[in-house]
Design a protein around this ligand. Sequence first.
Ligand SMILES: Nc1ncnc2c1ncn2[C@@H]1O[C@H](COP(=O)(O)OP(=O)(O)O)[C@@H](O)[C@H]1O
Ligand SMILES: O=P(O)(O)OC[C@H](O)CO
Length: 492
Amino acid sequence: MPYVLALDQGTTSSRAIIFDLEGRPLGLAQQEFAQHFPEPGWVEHDPMEIWHTQLQVARKAIARAGVEPGEIQALGITNQRETTLIWERTTGKPVHRAIVWQDRRTARACERLKEEGHEALFRQKTGLVLDPYFSGTKVSWLLENLPGLKERAIKGELCFGTVDSWLIYNLTGGQVHATDASNASRTLLMNLQTLSWDEELLRILGVPKALLPEIRPSAGLFGRTLPELLGAAIPITGVAGDQQAALFGQACFSPGMAKNTYGTGCFLLMNTGKAPVASKNGLLTTLAWQLEGEAPEYALEGSVFVAGAAVQWLRDGLGIIQSSSEVEALARRVESTEGVYFVPAFVGLGAPYWDAYARGTIIGLTRGSTAAHLARAALEAIAYQSREVLEAMEADAGLQLSELRVDGGASANELLMQFQADLLAAPKVIETTVLGAAYLAAVGAGLLSKAEISRRWAAGGRFTPQMPEAQRERLYRGWKRAVERARGWAEA
Ligand SMILES: Nc1ncnc2c1ncn2[C@@H]1O[C@H](COP(=O)(O)OP(=O)(O)O)[C@@H](O)[C@H]1O
Ligand SMILES: O=P(O)(O)OC[C@H](O)CO
């Protein structure tokens, strides 16, 4: 019986799951790791902790599934995207902590690039906007701020990678320095049409080509794991950014199909088919996946930086809950937020605003406000932000979504899912699990086809709207006013 091992390296935890070819999970392990906030607006991870937690959970998942490592015929990797690492090519030693996608340290650098008139060029070539979110300016920051790094990069002594590359490098014992096109499409360095590194953009950002990984299709052989790591030389056959992998796992294979993933952030992606569609409403154009021997497929994306992370902040920053799942019971203690809005712009606002200087705002507090109102406002904020990006997407695509497939850690929250269905009015919200990395790896190993994956897709739950329209629109107008108060705050 062939099995697939999926590694899901997320912003807050490393996960590993063994699946059978029916998409059934047989063994799972997950481990949270440390978030470092060295300065306001900066977010870092320890690369070695990423690697060690990922390796440990992989071993645990194999043991829990009770399968022989030799029976695992494909390994898929999916990962938090944009997070930027540089390490020594020969020793594998990281030169710095990973700069996480949420990190804002390059806000000024992005502004300078805009002032120099580069914005339209980056938008046209990469489908992205000039925001600190993406890897490109993070790479430049490392090269400019660590002594001697640029010279070493030019000489080819160093490797840049997003988390997928870092894991591939370590899993193959330093043999392979590669990334997939979906991850590369998030760097500001890849041309979305040619799927290759763009010399002009590299020159503007001062990034030497010798630093960059090879770009490969998302499904296909990347290399084999060192046998001593997982007990067998397992072929790595699927690699994609976590949001693209979720789109794949949700079997959104036709243009117009969309999913929203509620994790640390919220990421709404819609398949737009074989040609990239430019957004007029503040969304990103991104590569969905490239399967070996097939034309690449593209997506429109609305990226919301803080979703479940707001719940984490209630837990770790305020201490009003002990675990993320407790937020639902706390929020249910009140019927509404009674006018309290919480705009969790801790790291600025992503789509559709792209405001690196917005900051978290809680507004509408009265003497009657309690932790329960705040908990409810945090959950509602996740749904409001998702509505904003959905509206932008429908405007760009010129269609109305008939349903939205959802997944991610916070989609387990029924209060949130019901409020989301209420707020979106028409679309029904359906829940299922992410299998994308496993499915990509299975496709890459020739074990499954897209048609077989579509047949396996099943809804885990369904939420239909219940809120009266007048109430829905009144609440949403309040949210828009709250966002205006949060915008531009840190600029001064
Ligand atoms: N029941 C819940 N209600 C709301 N948020 C939750 C719940 N369970 C988990 N979360 C949030 O979801 C996020 C974890 O989801 P996950 O998909 O694992 O994210 P990531 O891949 O970004 O690490 C955390 O930010 C956590 O606070
Ligand atoms: O870690 P997640 O699941 O919140 O995903 C992070 C995204 O990939 C960032 O772009």
